[in-house]
Write a protein that binds this ligand. Sequence first.
Ligand code: PEP
Ligand code: MG
Length: 322
Amino acid sequence: TRKELESYKGKESKTIDGRQVELAGNIGTPNDIEGLIKNDAEGVGLYRTEFLYMDRDDFPSEDEQFEAYKAVLEAMNPKPIVIRTLDIGGDKELSYMKMDKEMNPFLGYRAIRLCLDRKDIFKTQLRALLRASVYGNLKIMFPMISCLEELLEAKSVLEEVKKDLDKENISYSKDVQVGMMIEVPSAAIISDILAKHVDFFSIGTNDLIQYTCAVDRMNEKIHNLYNPFNPAVLRLIKLVIDNGHKEGIWVGMCGEVAGDKRLIPILIGMGLDEFSMSPISILPARKLINSLSYEEMKKISDEVLKLTTADEIQEYIQKVFA
Ligand code: PEP
Ligand code: MG
């Protein structure tokens, strides 16, 4: 019941044997702050900034972006706020930006690829982010990184922007963590390499499932193949968590799977550090995590990783938690 869930407000998200994780919210605009507070979010794990750019006639100015980022950082301070740089392209288009028609938009000119090509757009956003960083606990996250070169280039643009701000005597926080999404299989596979260059990973299962299984996430006809229980997907998730931890960085998840009650116990067992979900799912997730034993979930997730099909895995999980 809602009343019972309310009793989890202010509580830690901790297993019975003391493993604590962070339960954060996914948001799209500063209007979502209310939902974060109402549901006692411990931070923001994904602020999808593309909504700032959509349904309008031109790019948002640096100041306009600054105000939006500042509003969220200030309202939630000192809680961590992960703001993702522009993830446009694919299914999300801008009416005022002419884009060539592509055979495979999801495999095309989108997100960080577009930003590295259009440094004017990218730098404006990074300036706004850095200027807003003094108002709270900002973490910057790059979407759709598929190789080390992209990550290093994105980071070097960020350094350039910092130098520009230094020259102009504009202040920004020196403690901004820089992370990346793991939503492309190539990034998951080389996550041991990438982990040396970031402060955190956040696994984007919506795209990771789509790309790993070659299943369009919007296509109803093949929806049965779009399955988070697919052993290939679960193995990649485990690989990314282990590789992140080997390099001493934290690993979160901001795709739909992070709020999925059926998979939260498995993710706890795999050692995931942060779960970012629709704010409404936070209190139910906290209640669930407070009932779990980390040591037990570790054993169950190890068993899950030995199974061979999505059905087998789903049945096993159902049986164990029946
Ligand atoms: C994801 O791909 O899992 C993700 C969180 O990003 P989006 O849903 O915005 O593509
Ligand atoms: Mg994505």
